[in-house]
Design a protein around this ligand. Structure first.
Ligand SMILES: Nc1ncnc2c1ncn2[C@@H]1O[C@H](COP(=O)(O)OP(=O)(O)OP(=O)(O)O)[C@@H](O)[C@H]1O
Ligand SMILES: [Mg+2]
Length: 339
């Protein structure tokens, strides 16, 4: 499942129940102007979701405002603009981001980084729809839809006094949590296919590589997965991506798994091979060489192998595959393997 932005630039890839729920909300939210607060770990796709909300029904511009990049004395002028001559270096009048967003969407990324004095000013814009550029004597107007994102616990920041309670209530009208990738591993094959399409024309990967990616926890979430594909495509010369092409973090993960003896059969078959490029495990008997397979077929295969290995123990198979039990049940149904 994919939600495309009308400019084609933003695609929300994923089909897990959690991602579908996000997509449904995106559709709904695109039709109103309520503030949205996106929550989630780094790399989960908060900005993609923000853009998707705007793009599903684009009114006015989408202005990203990275609060973590707004530092020092120029912050206020970046946000609110300034008039010519208001301070040394203000050689021309500058329109701030708040004014640029008028009539459209302002995306306040990392809103938890906004210092308290700027929080007060932002609150005023949200309440009164007005602000004053640095050095200006009159107020100006700006009315925009606000989407904010954070990977911090803002409620806790409020308790600590580092984030204003009144602003928090204003932002927290519709909180939308984007789940970490490890809690929606069903999205991994679709994301791999998506990024392979973006970065690696005609590339495909061995079953074992897919296994490793499905069982890894992705602490850097979708961004880490995207970088992983970029890395593998960049260093791989042929069309088939092998375990040896994985970045270090995943290599370590593979080694740990091997150490735990979780894939003893697979290890015996191929992992210890000195030249894995020549004989990926899935290329055995029935398959032609080179073993280029659809990702869904790879997934189905992985499930069959896991069940085979665990002699039908679904609980253990799910563990080996690095997915939840309910996900495995759903996939068994999808692939007609549920008997
Ligand atoms: N569902 C998705 N479909 C397609 N691409 C995605 C998806 N989720 C994330 N990405 C990609 O992963 C990368 C990280 O996403 P994004 O920048 O939106 O994360 P973030 O939650 O804003 O992270 P941070 O908190 O570090 O800013 C981007 O390149 C984005 O295109
Ligand atoms: Mg971001």
């Amino acid at each position: 499942m994919m939600v495309h932005g009308n400019d084609g630039a933003t695609a929300l890839v994923g089909q897990s129940p959690r991602m579908r729920q996000v997509m449904r909300l995106v559709e709904k939210l695109s039709r109103c102007r309520w503030p949205v607060l996106l929550l989630g770990e780094t790399g989960t796709g908060k900005e993609v979701v923000a853009r998707a909300i705007h793009n599903a029904n684009p009114v006015g511009p989408f202005i990203p405002i990275d609060c973590s990049a707004l530092v020092g004395p120029l912050m206020e002028s970046e946000l609110f603009g300034h008039v010519k001559g208001s301070f040394t270096g203000a050689v021309a009048t500058k329109v701030g981001l708040i004014e640029k967003a008028s009539g459209g969407t302002a995306f306040f990324d990392e809103i938890g980084e906004l210092p308290l004095d700027m929080q007060v000013k932002l609150l005023r814009v949200l309440q009164e729809k007005e602000f004053r550029p640095v050095g200006a004597t009159t107020v100006r107007h700006s009315d925009f839809r606000l989407i904010a994102a954070t990977n911090r616990d803002l409620a806790q920041e409020v308790e600590r006094g580092t984030f204003r309670r009144d602003l928090y209530y204003r932002l927290n009208v519709v909180p939308l949590r984007v789940a970490p990738l490890r809690e929606r591993k069903e999205d991994i094959p679709a994301l791999i296919a998506h990024f392979l399409e973006c970065y690696g024309e005609n590339h495909t990967m061995t079953q074992e590589t897919l296994d490793a990616m499905l069982s890894y926890d992705w602490p850097g979430n979708v961004r880490e997965l995207e970088h992983c594909i970029q890395h593998m495509v960049a260093i791989n010369s042929g069309p088939l991506i092998h375990v040896a092409d994985l970045p270090t973090a995943l290599q370590n993960h593979v080694l740990t798994r091997r150490g735990q003896g979780m894939a003893a059969v697979a290890a015996a078959a191929a992992i210890a091979e000195p030249a894995p490029r020549m004989a990926p495990r899935m290329a055995s008997s029935a398959l032609p060489t080179p073993p280029v397979m659809r990702l869904t077929d790879m997934e189905k295969n992985a499930i069959i192998q896991a069940l085979d290995y665990t002699k039908g123990d679904r609980m253990m198979a799910a563990q080996l595959l690095g997915i939840g039990r309910t996900t495995l049940y759903r996939k068994l149904k999808e692939y007609g393997l549920s008997r």
